[in-house]
Design a protein. Structure first.
Length: 275
């Protein structure tokens, strides 16, 4: 059979195939695609979501970690699935040759659930990620009463090599009590709260007192950059440094380019010595 006749046979068979109409509701097949293929496409698009906020050192010369933002608004039913997605993102970077630690937020009340801690432990162990790549970002610290019930969960996470960060830290007495009990590896200060009245002295001394790394979040104004320098923060993130990106885009962040952009915004002296 000649190539021409083979092509004719294929086209004729395709033409005589029963037509499958386009259906776009209720998860019905679309243009003949199976549900399995559609699920794979949906999973691919989810992995390209703008979900990861890059965190740099204060000078902007190095990408130090990433915050997985979907967990900040996760409901109880979404928590495990999104936590798994966060671990999968860190694994994707690790297998692509980038050692990018990921901070996975979780509310303080969830730490009191032994069943949830069991599930999180299984997910972390099954990920087989090296120690140092996974951190828990504890949020909603306003209520100090459940601290005792959370300590067992925190200790179990630490035994797995998971670092502990306190998110949305404001320096309230109840939060300082958390710091004294937990000794976290990092505290995250929302810089918007200091724009009007400046940095309180007590905040500036916190990092030195507890030997925790200070992360300055929500950096959106040049004034915020000035404040994080005065604060002595080691890390910063926010729209002024770089907005959230997809997990694939994170692999291609050039430290040198972001540093050049950030340094152009930092207070500096000109050749005459004037600011």
């Amino acid at each position: 059979m000649s190539p021409k006749s083979r092509l004719y046979t294929l086209v004729k068979a395709w033409k005589n195939k029963p037509f499958q109409e386009v259906r776009d509701a209720c998860g019905q097949p679309w243009l003949g695609l199976s549900n399995k293929v559609l699920e794979e496409h949906q999973s691919w698009f989810q992995r390209q979501a703008i979900s990861n906020e890059p965190i740099f050192n204060t000078q902007g010369t190095k990408l130090t970690s990433s915050l997985f933002r979907p967990l900040l608004t996760a409901t109880d039913t979404q928590l495990l699935r999104l936590f798994m997605e966060g671990l999968d993102t860190i694994t994707y970077w690790y297998r692509s040759g980038r050692f990018i630690p990921g901070i996975l937020p979780i509310s303080a009340q969830h730490l009191a659930s032994s069943d949830l801690i069991d599930a999180l432990s299984d997910l972390i162990l099954n990920s087989r990620l090296p120690v140092g790549l996974v951190s828990l970002g504890i949020r909603q610290l306003n209520d100090v009463e459940p601290m005792d019930s959370c300590m067992e969960g925190l200790l179990r996470m630490r035994r797995l090599g998971v670092a502990i960060h306190l998110l949305d830290f404001s320096g309230a007495n109840s939060q300082i009590s958390w710091m004294e009990a937990i000794q976290p590896e990092g505290i995250h200060l929302e810089m918007g709260q200091f724009r009007r009245d400046g940095l309180p002295t007590s905040i500036i001394s916190l990092g030195e007192k507890f030997q925790s790394q200070i992360y300055a979040s929500n950096i959106t104004l040049v004034k915020d950059l000035e404040n994080i320098i005065a604060l002595g923060a080691q890390h910063g993130y926010g729209g002024l440094m770089m907005p959230p990106v997809s997990r694939h885009q994170m692999l291609h962040i050039s430290d040198s380019r972001i540093a050049k952009a950030i340094f152009s915004l930092h207070p500096h002296k000109n050749q005459n010595g004037d600011k």
